[in-house]
Design a protein around this ligand. Structure first.
Ligand code: NIG
Ligand code: FE
Length: 424
């Protein structure tokens, strides 16, 4: 049976059309078309046509029954939001470390003492597949309720082959069972195990010679990520790990220049990474290199907010020609949130981005950061019918009113899964 859906009368319809091949950069990040009084028709989980209410109704109204017709009067319709950087699959929380940081301890001090990523690694290693699945599934429901229809998910709290596989298998299972689309990233190089801190080379060798080949062989990930940071993986180790991934068909990504300047942005450009993420301390040269190499800059202002750090220089990056995307970085240590809309608020208020840029950065540019811009990130003919309807009169309100959830309806592959702000 053909599944049909028509949305009419949108106060504003934003399609983000025209950037499926290449991410939007510079002025193009602000220059999308806003269709006042817009409509969109979808069939079999795909977009058929978007345009003015009058034209779309004339063409398609007769082919839908009232049940398949959504009236978006007074609301804003956008592509389903995309979160291109999360640590979705993990066990437990770290509110104790939050309290320690509020008393003056730093994120890296806590990690060096065996907390931080190590604490979540212990919890994740101890958790069964089922426990991890259940905790992560709840988070995915929350993403959906906040308008997100595609999420990238990293491993990196296993740190042994067995437990890295467990995390990625949970992601794979969820991507089959849950309507939100998941894209997986192997991040065995997320931390050096505590017992090997003094002599990390054998662990780097295991990531390269054991983990990467096996993860690739099992088809458990598309991307390969590394935490390139002083005290974690050096640029030289990071390069070897990313090059090894490439040999096995895993596309490089990198946690770069988060806490200290460490030439991570430069490395991303030189290994041909699809994205470099964080970039709070990226150098001028690194920013230039990324723009020249076409590396998407995935900025995570929730992390700067939560770690009480300086924010990444989004304005400078966009003006230098870097395609910028935004993400939550969902994780229990540096960004315990799933609210991508709140990240949009931070993008504007703390990183000098415009309301238009933050929408581009959470839709089509986010899709480019995880290689899915051919299917998602914009509402164009043949692309997935992933649509978010916000109960706001115009898109400016989205990055103006903060800390609240404006999502009214979420449609995934042509099916309304959130209606009136409630999961169906
Ligand atoms: O992206 N920076 C490294 N990894 C995560 C934090 C992980 C954690 O603290 O558990 C991040 O911020
Ligand atoms: Fe991260």
């Amino acid at each position: 049976m053909t599944q049909k859906l028509l949305i009419t009368n949108a106060a504003q319809l934003i399609t983000m059309a025209g950037h499926s091949d290449k991410p939007a950069r510079k002025g193009a990040m602000s220059q999308f078309e806003v269709i006042e009084n817009g409509a969109i028709y979808m069939e079999d989980g795909k977009v058929v046509e978007a345009g003015s209410d009058q034209r779309i109704r004339e063409k398609f109204q007769d082919s839908v029954v009232p049940d398949n017709h959504i009236d978006a009067t007074g609301k804003v319709v956008t592509p389903g939001l995309i979160d291109p950087h999360t640590h979705l699959v993990h066990a437990g929380t770290r509110e104790n470390e939050y309290a320690m940081r509020l008393k003056g301890k730093t994120y890296m001090e806590i990690m060096e003492a065996g907390g931080g990523i190590h604490a979540t690694t212990r919890a994740t290693q101890e958790a069964s597949h089922e426990e991890l699945y259940e905790q992560s599934r709840k988070r995915l429901d929350q993403f959906l309720l906040h308008g997100v229809t595609t999420v990238e998910a990293k491993s990196g709290y296993g740190l042994t082959l067995e437990h890295e596989i467990k995390q990625l298998e949970v992601a794979q299972q969820l991507s089959k069972d849950h309507p939100v689309d998941l894209v997986s990233t192997f991040m065995g190089a997320h931390a050096i195990p505590m017992a090997e801190k003094e002599n990390p080379e054998p662990f780097v060798d295991r990531v390269i010679n054991e983990m990467i080949p096996e993860i690739a062989n099992r088809n458990l990930a598309t991307f390969n990520d590394v935490f390139c940071e002083r005290g974690v993986f050096t640029p030289e180790q990071s390069r070897r790990i990313l090059e090894a991934g490439k040999e096995h068909g895993l596309i490089p990504k990198i946690h770069a220049d988060e806490i200290e300047p460490y030439a991570g942005a430069e490395l991303a450009a030189s290994v041909g990474a699809i994205s470099a993420d964080h970039l709070l301390k990226a150098s001028e040269q690194g920013i230039k290199d990324m723009a020249n190499a076409g590396v998407v800059g995935v900025l995570l202002p929730g992390t700067a907010f939560f770690l009480m750090a300086e924010f990444a220089q989004a304005r400078k990056m966009i003006d230098a020609g870097v395609a910028v995307a935004l993400s939550t970085d969902t994780n229990p240590g540096s960004s315990p949130t799933i609210s991508l809309p709140f990240i949009m608020n931070l993008g504007c208020l703390k990183m000098g981005m415009t309301p238009e840029e933050v929408l581009t950065a959470t839709t089509i540019n986010a899709a480019h950061a995880i290689g899915c811009a051919g299917e998602a990130g914009s509402l164009e003919q043949g692309k997935k019918a992933d649509v978010t309807i916000f109960d706001v009169p115009n898109y400016l309100t989205l990055s103006y009113q903060y800390g609240m959830n404006h999502v009214d309806t979420v449609i995934k592959a042509g099916e309304p899964l959130v209606v009136g702000g409630q999961l169906q």
